[in-house]
Design a protein around this ligand. Structure first.
Ligand SMILES: [Zn+2]
Length: 65
């Protein structure tokens, strides 16, 4: 695990000086994702494949409307 990446958004690699970062715990590891990319994790997690180990197993949340 690259420690420098641990403090940056999974997707865009920006850090908390640039964007608000949200902590995500997944499979025993803590990740960060920025507010801009949090919707990807919710609605289109397949786009995080290769960035978030195990993302390929995630299912997009159903729209509630
Ligand atoms: Zn981001």
């Amino acid at each position: 695990m690259n420690q420098e990446l641990a403090g940056t958004c999974l997707f865009c690699q920006r850090n908390a000086d640039e964007v608000p970062l949200i902590s995500v715990a997944f499979r025993g590891t803590d990740y960060r994702i920025c507010a801009q990319h949090l919707p990807l994790l919710i609605h289109d997690p397949s786009r995080l494949e290769g960035l978030l180990p195990g993302a390929e197993d995630l299912k997009p949340a159903d729209d509630l409307d």
